[in-house]
Design a protein around this ligand. Structure first.
Ligand code: TRP
Length: 808
């Protein structure tokens, strides 16, 4: 019936004084009165325990286990405390109603254990007390905190809070609740920003420390488990410091605590939510409570304390010498408790009182059953019943475990752990018209409703802290958008994370993804990393580059045909005739084909185009170089033949020339044929170079064959170059050999430059480089060999004479 004790100084010099209880709790006083009321009702009830009068003794444990232990020992050693002869003998006590707080109940239960005296608590909710091995005689009419924790977890989940603070009183009740909360929160990914414990012994420094932590933390939702007496110092300091913006979640012990209903608590504590024990009604209780008056119980100090607390008066003039303390007026005894509103008299929400009432009735019904046991059908050894004149406590325990009865339509019984069925009201602290706090029921948590349906919230009625209707947010890190994933921060709880963008080729399509998903083959992530899109396919088409190259190739081909036309037209002029007109025509034709062959490289690679492009290119080039080679040989030999006695020229007539050219070209044709038969080039998808693109290219099939083909052209070109080089000094104004040397130089330079460019250029540029090499070497040949002749034919016809060409 008091909130706390003042522990006296303990030393060995004098006998320790009894610890003094302080802070009268008129709510608990009402609970005690409810017990008296229930016993009176039972005693007056002719159907329940007829001819038997229940007696009782009430002890105040002052919310501490020390006082609870003292009371228990007093009960067990009954005689010293009670002078009544009726109740003498070993343990006249059959059952205990209480204790209130869990830590007190634990002490009481442990002390009672050897005597097997059953106890029914009305307020000890700690889940630890459900352990039948440790507390075999413990029952309660308040639901196990196991369910309250489940309810709070659902509430937190419902509002999407993932980052919460925790504060508890320093005992089993607080600690075991938070242990359970930790476990449950871990499952749904909610973290505690902090967990602080208010020490049992008042320490202002610790309270200021805790408030500091609350203020500094980003957690805006704080769960607090504790009795009102324990929390009072913290919450008053909290209100004085004007801290706002904290959404409190209260445990059942303080969610309907009248201590915090005064006006000054409103702005700071308004909106507090929590689960309260279901309420009940006890008809007639109010009248009973009103009968309590100091004049009726002149020796009872508690009644006087009640009076002092309600009316703010004193029964004795205080002997305080301190002038600053205002003296209280004397109580007259004529004050009316009916007129002055007080927690004591407020029976609108009987929750714990109702639990007390049920507990008393449970004992009475059990006793009733025990007494009405039919001999020979009893529950004990050999079907015996208990001896009424000597009831053993364990026998009553058996009946309490089995008891089942109804009060106002509500069925009451205990499960095998001594717990009742759990159901709670969801409460919300709102503002009364007079500025005080009103506890409004805004929902329900009922375990019997079935999994997932337990919690019902009437959200329209809900007010959050600061009179808000919007759900406050309490998260450590805002959620990660799609396209990113959660990255753990070392040394911090899981709820605090960084949002890391997904890597290339990976996506996350949900908020708060833990991992990014790799896109399937042929797919790639979009820029936002939220979707896999099919990879871009790249090859050289008729885009700007492809089109330009095509135009150049066509232009080259036309130019070659043009030159051919000029040559045909002037085929009888000396300059054409002297230059081996047949070979020139061949060269021009094959050059035209070279230009055209480059076009085969443009477009999407297909099976046929891959085979076609390489073979056509290599054969046309071999043909062209073979012709030039033939020409060089003829030039060289023609001059050698001028020496007397030589008939070499016989071996280099037009027929031999043709044979030579076809032989040289056939070698290339054979290489190509082998290549195509053995390991032909084929189209392939290259994803290695750039993972975001699929490059469609022609795989050469056999690299060896590819380099053989190129190498053969290179060999032909080199031979041509060497021979032309030997012939470059030969006399004559129009020295063909010089031009060929020069053209071969350009040709070789282009192809040597091509090799590194080809190997290192990516994707479609490889093909472009190849086309470029083909075009530039063809242009090189065309210009070097034919430009000077065309110049003379078209612009300087006067030089187109035998004399001029033969020179000196
Ligand atoms: N249900 C709480 C408990 O089991 C009630 C409570 C908490 C309490 N602190 C208290 C009761 C202090 C009395 C005193 O402990």
């Amino acid at each position: 019936m008091h909130y706390w004790v003042v522990v006296p100084e303990l030393n060995y010099i004098y006998k320790p004084a009894a610890s003094g209880c302080q802070g009268f709790d008129s709510r608990s006083f009402r609970w005690a009165q409810t017990m008296r009321f229930a016993i009176k009702e039972i005693n007056e009830d002719p159907s329940l325990l007829p001819n038997i009068t229940l007696g009782y003794k009430i002890y105040d444990s002052c919310a501490t286990h020390v006082a609870a232990l003292r009371a228990t020992l007093s009960v067990l050693n009954g005689r010293k405390e009670v002078s009544s002869m009726m109740c003498s003998g070993a343990s006249p006590v059959k059952a205990i109603i209480g204790d209130s707080g869990s830590s007190q109940s634990i002490v009481v239960s442990r002390t009672l254990q050897p005597f097997k005296i059953p106890m029914i608590s009305y307020f000890s909710s700690c889940a630890c007390l459900a352990n039948r091995n440790e507390y075999p005689t413990f029952f309660r009419t308040i639901p196990n905190d196991y369910y309250q924790v489940k309810a709070i977890v659902q509430l937190v989940k419902h509002f999407g809070w993932t980052w919460v603070g925790g504060i508890s009183e320093d005992d089993e009740y607080g600690r075991s609740a938070f242990q359970e909360l930790h476990k449950e929160f871990k499952k749904i990914g909610v973290c505690f920003a902090y967990y602080e414990i208010i020490p049992k012994v008042y320490s202002r420094k610790k309270i200021l420390d805790i408030l500091d932590i609350i203020k500094k933390s980003s957690a805006k939702v704080v769960i607090m488990f504790g009795g009102e007496g324990e929390l009072y110092p913290l919450l008053t300091e909290y209100v004085q410091q004007n801290i706002t913006g904290i959404q409190w979640i209260a445990s059942e012990a303080w969610i309907t605590a009248s201590l915090f209903s005064p006006r000054e608590f409103y702005p700071s504590l308004g909106g507090t939510m929590g689960f309260a024990i279901r309420k009940g009604e006890i008809p007639g209780l109010k009248d009973f409570l009103l009968k309590v008056h100091p004049s009726l119980y002149p020796d009872n100090a508690l009644v006087k304390e009640l009076w002092s607390t309600i009316f703010g008066c004193a029964f004795q003039p205080s002997n305080i010498t301190d002038q600053s303390v205002k003296e209280l007026p004397l109580c007259t005894g004529h004050e009316s408790i009916e007129e002055k509103f007080s927690v004591y008299i407020d029976v609108s929400g009987l929750r714990i009182s109702y639990n007390v009432y049920k507990a008393v009735y449970a004992v009475a019904h059990s006793l009733h059953n025990l007494i009405n046991c039919e001999p020979g059908k009893g529950p004990f050894d050999n079907f015996t019943c208990a001896d009424i004149s000597n009831i053993k406590p364990f026998q009553l325990q058996h009946y309490i475990q089995e008891v089942s009865f109804t009060i106002f339509g509500e069925e009451i019984n205990f499960d095998n752990k001594g717990d009742p069925i759990a159901s709670y009201d969801l409460m919300n602290w709102q503002r009364n018209t007079d500025g005080t706090i009103r506890f409004v029921t805004v929902g329900l948590y009922d375990v019997s409703k079935g999994v997932g349906k337990e919690l019902v919230i009437n959200e329209n009625m809900l007010n959050f802290n600061g009179d808000q209707t919007k759900v406050p947010s309490s998260v450590c890190t805002e959620s990660c958008p799609p396209g990113t994933r959660k990255g753990i921060r070392r040394g911090e709880p899981l709820c605090c994370f960084d949002c890391l963008p997904c890597a290339d080729g990976e996506i996350s399509d949900q908020t708060d993804s833990i991992e990014c998903i790799q896109c399937p083959e042929d797919f790639w992530s979009n820029a936002e990393r939220t979707e896999c899109i099919s990879k871009e396919i790249e090859y050289l088409t008729y885009d700007e580059m492809g089109a330009t190259l095509t135009v150049i190739a066509l232009f080259g081909a036309c130019l070659t045909i043009g030159v051919l036309a000029v040559f045909l037209h002037y085929k009888n002029t000396p300059i054409v005739r002297v230059n081996n007109s047949e070979l020139s025509f061949f060269i021009l034709l094959s050059l035209a084909l070279c230009f055209l062959s480059s076009i085969a490289f443009i477009g999407q690679p297909a099976n046929w185009s891959c085979m076609f492009r390489h073979t056509v290119f290599s054969i046309t080039f071999s043909l062209c170089i073979s012709c030039i080679l033939g020409k060089t040989v003829v030039v060289l030999m023609a001059f050698k033949a001028t020496q007397p006695g030589s008939n070499i020229m016989k071996w280099f007539g037009p027929i031999q020339q043709r044979i030579m050219i076809s032989a040289c070209t056939s070698v290339q044709i054979i290489i190509c044929a082998i290549w195509l038969i053995a390991m032909p080039p084929f189209p392939s998808k290259n994803t290695k170079y750039q993972s975001s693109k699929i490059i469609l290219e022609c795989d050469v099939g056999s690299t060896l064959a590819f380099w053989c083909v190129l190498g053969y052209i290179g060999v032909l070109a080199c031979m041509c170059f060497v021979l032309a080089f030997l012939a470059r000094k030969l006399p004559g104004n129009f020295n063909e050999a010089k031009l060929i040397t020069f053209s071969m130089l350009i040709f070789c330079a282009v192809w040597i430059a091509f090799i590194p460019a080809y190997v290192s250029s990516p994707g479609k540029y490889t093909v472009a480089v190849e086309i470029f090499a083909i075009l530039s070497s063809s242009f090189g040949l065309l210009f070097c060999i034919f430009a000077p002749k065309c110049y003379i034919i078209l612009l300087k016809p006067e030089k187109n004479t035998k004399q001029y060409i033969m020179g000196k």
